[in-house]
Design a protein around this ligand. Structure first.
Ligand code: HEM
Length: 216
């Protein structure tokens, strides 16, 4: 009858077995395409055929059009369409006021001042520090660029989805809703920023300073 194996011997044998199993699993993983560089180094990485590029940004919406044509809508006293005779602005206290609002991620600074974009001192860095830019950035955050009715900035006040503030716009034929949709569907060209001169086509005549907001 063979000598029973000492504890130490048994322990060493089990450890060796485990080590062998892990190594064979790593080997198997490499064989099935793991490892970022075609299966050679990182078994838990992606096969060479899969790439996960970092998303650096999509198209931006126009800042000048927002400031002149959208921010005034967020400040306008608008009736709630379900009756009850309430009028409220989107930026009202309890609604989307950035301090007192209960309106989720859409935050509006009611007193945001228009930025003079003809003043060379107002560089992009200076503008991005302004309250008006905070309103722009928050509103753009509620947008799916190029898709107006999928954008919460419209689907909420149009009550296409539940909205704590009720229905504000009956449909896209509402002049305010049409303007928000126009902003969403006319992003700046890919690769250009939110201050792109391409925004001039969003005004009639094509001058953000003197032109009226499209659609008329
Ligand atoms: C044109 C005006 C308005 C627009 C564009 C608008 C837009 C929005 C958006 C985009 C959200 C979702 C925010 C998130 O993703 O977290 C939202 C939520 C909300 N809004 Fe408004 N809103 C408007 C007017 C109002 C008004 C007047 C009130 C108050 C009477 C109000 C109360 C709320 C509340 C309480 C929520 C959070 C609950 C929810 O997600 O529905 N909103 N609104």
């Amino acid at each position: 009858m063979p000598e029973p194996m000492s504890c130490t011997a048994e322990y060493l044998m089990r450890t060796a077995l485990h080590g062998a199993m892990v190594l064979s699993m790593v080997g198997a993983l490499s064989a099935c395409g793991g490892g970022g560089d075609g299966g050679n180094s990182n078994p838990l990485g992606n096969p060479a055929s899969v790439s996960n590029p970092v998303i650096t940004g999509g198209q931006k919406l126009s800042f000048v059009y927002f400031q002149k044509c959208i921010n005034p809508i967020l400040l306008a006293q608008l009736p709630a369409l379900q009756g009850g005779g309430f009028t409220n602005s989107c930026a009202s206290a309890g609604c989307h006021d950035t301090v007192t609002g209960a309106g989720g991620a859409l935050r509006v600074v009611p007193g945001a001042q228009a930025v003079d974009l003809t003043d060379p001192a107002n560089t992009p860095a200076v503008i991005r520090n302004s309250d008006m830019y905070k309103n722009y950035y928050s509103a753009q955050g509620a947008v799916v660029v190029g898709s107006s009715t999928q954008s919460r900035l419209l689907s909420k006040p149009m009550l296409l989805v539940q909205h704590g503030g009720g229905q504000i716009f009956a449909s896209l034929s509402d002049a305010h809703a049409a303007r928000i949709a126009y902003w969403i569907n006319h992003p700046m060209p890919m690769g250009q920023d939110e201050f792109s001169a391409a925004a001039s086509t969003m005004f009639t005549p094509q001058d953000p300073q003197t032109g009226a907001c499209n659609p008329p």
